[in-house]
Design a binder for this molecule. Sequence first.
Ligand SMILES: [Zn+2]
Length: 316
Amino acid sequence: MIHTDFSPGLIRDLAGLIEEAEYVLIGAGAGLSADAGYDYLESVKFLKRYPYLKDIGVHCRYHSIGFVWPTKSMEWAFYARQLEEDLYGPPPHPEPYVQLRRLTDHANRWVFTSNADDLFSRLGFDPERTWTVQGTFANLQCQRPCCEEVWDSRPYIERLLPCVDLKTGELKDRSAVPVCPHCGGDMILNVRGGSWFVEKPYKRQRAAFNEWLKRAAAGRLVVIEIGAGFNTPSVIRWPCEVITARHHNAHLIRINPHHPKTQFSVGERATSIAMRASPVLSVLSKPAQRTMKLSSARAGSELCSKNGEKDVTQGL
Ligand SMILES: [Zn+2]
């Protein structure tokens, strides 16, 4: 069932489902990172930070994915600053992740996500119970690749950052461009983008995830899918539906303001909320507020108490 209003009854139903869950699977797409402040389609702030990218057609983070850069110098100057902001800096709005963790801490929990920003492990989720399906910015790999090894990106980024020319977007010292420690060839971020992707680190995560899923099938499983649309639906979105369809004790909670509808046959075992994650998680993570009489809130709008005294989305 799709809800565009977040009623007190719906809050109670969702809170009850999650509280009674023995197992919780969180499937997260780009929408959750956008709520944390890393919006891959945002262009105003992006071009203010990277004005020199406007003329080459990179106007937002999303445009940089798979982009063929004019020079290696410009490519690594961009990645250095992007990772400084998106991986090593504090997330602008950590609240949705903190609230999601608080909401599901009681359960046997796993996370799988298409996001490469490591926000789950950075904000307190167990990295041993997180499958980063598309890789992570925290790793670099050989571009060829000559081996299945990956390397921590941080020392490379720390060497690159002082070399970035903020006016041109190039490196002042091109010897800082990372090269493969084995073959001396080019390196690249270890995120899925082609057949060159080194998947070895994530195969281990996938195997552990599948073992956990077998155990979860015997108990009450709640699948919470957030912000997974149709850019790559086969990564998070469809698996969440298929897992729910196959596990008869499972219930899917989909939080997605743009694409709430389910495709697979899960019947009454799916509750879709056509809203952003922030207001939903804000209310659900505060037990005392689940019983508040809330005014209806349209998709994407802020939630307010009925008498307007307090915005319940404030605070963690
Ligand atoms: Zn190599």
